[in-house]
Design a protein around this ligand. Structure first.
Ligand code: PYC
Length: 332
């Protein structure tokens, strides 16, 4: 049996985005969060077959566009990635919006803006176009907050490490330079992956944060290593680990949101200040605190993230059940 998926491939700030434009399964659920659960229960093979090897790789990431479940939204997004179906993905949103608009798959009710339903909530997007190219996308992300500060975890082979845990659409363990972590210049990607696996496992043992209004969003899934920027006009740099072996090539939209929430809670970032964030490969997003709100018991920020994406081609992928690797595989 052969399943065919028509995709638009490209990248946001260097990290891959695969927009699956044809082949999306019909999903049950009254919200995108419920549809995410339905997809995870019945169709996870689509994610693994499109994201894992041999049709994807460790960093592969993307999503499907769905009609929204709410009348006030233009479109719904379901994210897929090597680590699972994220509640929210910033680089993914920038890429999916760019390719969706450029290919005529998204029809905004008001030109230049979109309201998008994602599993983590509602995000408002504005975008710029030159001719039929989308040159920049700015999204107002879900409320983000610092969930725990100054946790000391024991990392095998490294010793004690102080981390904060912060939410920006996913929960991040944030590691700042300290004894045990000298900074990004000292660590190549392979070493970062190895350390990140251990930090995430220790962080998961120490804490299980749960979103105050969406209990399906829980647990530390990503590790964000911080450092000073390399360029004089940037604010900060990071390397984000996700899945089993991925270091985000983009500055990571939800990671940047989590980082801004952490810095705001610690009095180190003011509302309105541009936060120019460099990725592991030097690409950039511009973040900003747009507002301060209450999220249940937590003081939260409403962050914005601005960046751009480039499409690189159409990709018709079929998954043949007679292929011994039809579901995909990961190594290491
Ligand atoms: O941009 O939010 C993001 C993201 C999450 C994982 C990889 N990128």
């Amino acid at each position: 049996m052969r399943h065919v998926f028509f995709c638009v491939d490209g990248h946001t700030a260097g990290n891959p985005v695969r927009l699956v434009a044809g082949g999306a399964p019909p999903l049950l659920g009254a919200t995108m969060a419920e549809r995410r659960t339905d997809f995870q229960q019945r169709y996870d093979w689509i994610r693994t077959s499109l994201c894992f090897e041999p049709r994807g790789h460790d960093m592969m990431s993307g999503g499907f566009l769905y009609p929204p479940t709410r009348a006030d939204c233009d479109v719904g997004i379901l994210f897929i990635e090597t680590s699972g179906c994220l509640p929210m993905c910033g680089h993914g949103t920038i890429g999916l919006v760019t390719f969706g608009l450029e290919c005529g798959l998204i029809h905004p009710r008001t030109s230049g803006s979109l309201r998008i339903e994602v599993p983590a909530g509602i995000i408002d997007v504005t975008y710029q176009m030159e001719g039929n190219r989308v040159t920049s996308v700015r999204l107002i992300n879900v409320p983000s907050y610092l969930a725990a500060r100054d946790l000391v975890i024991e990392v095998p082979g490294l010793g004690p490490l102080k981390i904060d845990v912060s939410y920006g659409g996913n929960y991040y363990a944030i590691v700042e330079p300290q004894p045990g972590y000298p900074g990004l210049d000292e660590l190549d990607a392979r070493r970062l992956v190895d350390l990140s696996r251990r930090v995430r496992a220790s962080a998961q043992q120490a804490i299980e944060p749960v979103h105050p209004f969406e209990p399906t969003i829980r647990g530390v899934s990503h590790v964000l290593w911080t450092d000073a920027p390399t360029a004089p006009d940037a604010t900060a740099r990071n390397a984000v680990f996700y899945g089993n072996s991925a270091i985000d090539r983009s500055p990571c939209g939800t990671g940047t949101s989590a980082r801004m929430a952490q810095l705001a809670a610690r009095g180190r970032l003011e509302r309105g200040e541009p936060f120019v964030h460099e990725s592991y490969i030097g690409s950039r997003f511009i973040g900003r605190i747009e507002d301060e709100v209450q999220l249940g018991p937590f003081d939260a920020i409403v962050p914005s993230i601005e960046g751009s994406a480039i499409s690189s081609g159409f990709n018709t992928i079929w998954v043949d059940r007679e292929d011994p690797f039809w579901e995909g595989f990961q190594v290491g």
